[in-house]
Design a protein around this ligand. Structure first.
Ligand SMILES: CSCCC(=O)C(=O)COP(=O)(O)O
Ligand SMILES: [Zn+2]
Length: 203
């Protein structure tokens, strides 16, 4: 087993514990992956509790979603990971979470827009709070290849996108490393909470 795999697996286990402590990965929801090479990734197997992951909770898969470790089934949402790695060879991690704020906002809005928040600078290419960060909301679907195609087309047209919501479901974001991607989740969750509270104040 490679040093890289061991390191990335340990990082993803720690991410799961961190997110679980904040209530962002309830029940067996959410899935995590990290790139192992040009054609391969490490991904959580389907049905794992992401706050209690151990070494058995992962498998290697190719970038078309085929399991490379026998007897293990990758996440049901593997296609939403592979589409990202195929788009960008520099991408090293994809994280998906199911927080309350992300889920509630996705039921109310067509897109979530952040404007004027300093934390927007946590995202790549954003250098000022005087920016507009748009998080699109896509309809939920059990047809993951179809959903992945919708994501792919949106990102072709909007390459600066840092994450997206699936209605009534959760959040996907990505980054060069596990640490970068964890930071994106944290920043997005902070900003979702701000938008949610602002909506309450505006009522
Ligand atoms: C209990 S949550 C339903 C499935 C889901 O949305 C999810 O994120 C987890 O699916 P997986 O197959 O990756 O465990
Ligand atoms: Zn999910």
């Amino acid at each position: 087993m490679s040093e890289t795999l061991l390191r990335l697996r340990a990082e993803l286990i720690a991410v799961g514990q961190f997110f679980h402590a904040r209530g962002w990965v309830p029940a067996t929801s959410s899935n995590f992956s990290a790139r192992l090479g040009a054609e391969e990734m490490l991904i959580t197997s389907s049905g794992q509790h992401k706050g209690r992951l151990d070494e058995q909770g992962f498998l290697r898969a190719d970038l078309h979603g085929n399991a490379l470790d026998v007897g293990k089934r990758p996440s049901a949402e593997t296609g939403l990971h592979t589409v990202m790695y195929r788009r960008d060879p520099a991408l090293g991690c994809v994280l998906h979470t199911h927080s309350v704020n992300a889920t509630v906002l996705s039921m109310r809005l067509e897109q979530v827009v952040f404007e004027g928040y300093e934390v927007q600078k946590a995202f790549p290419g954003v250098t000022t709070h005087e920016s507009r960060v748009v998080i699109p909301v896509f309809p939920n679907s059990q047809d993951i290849p179809a959903l992945a195609a919708v994501v792919d087309a949106y990102l072709d047209a909007n390459p600066q996108t840092v994450g997206y919501l699936i209605r009534g479901h959760g959040l996907y974001t990505w980054g060069a490393t596990v640490a970068d991607t964890q930071r994106h989740i944290e920043a997005l969750e902070f900003l979702f909470e701000c938008v949610y509270r602002q909506m309450l104040l505006d009522r």
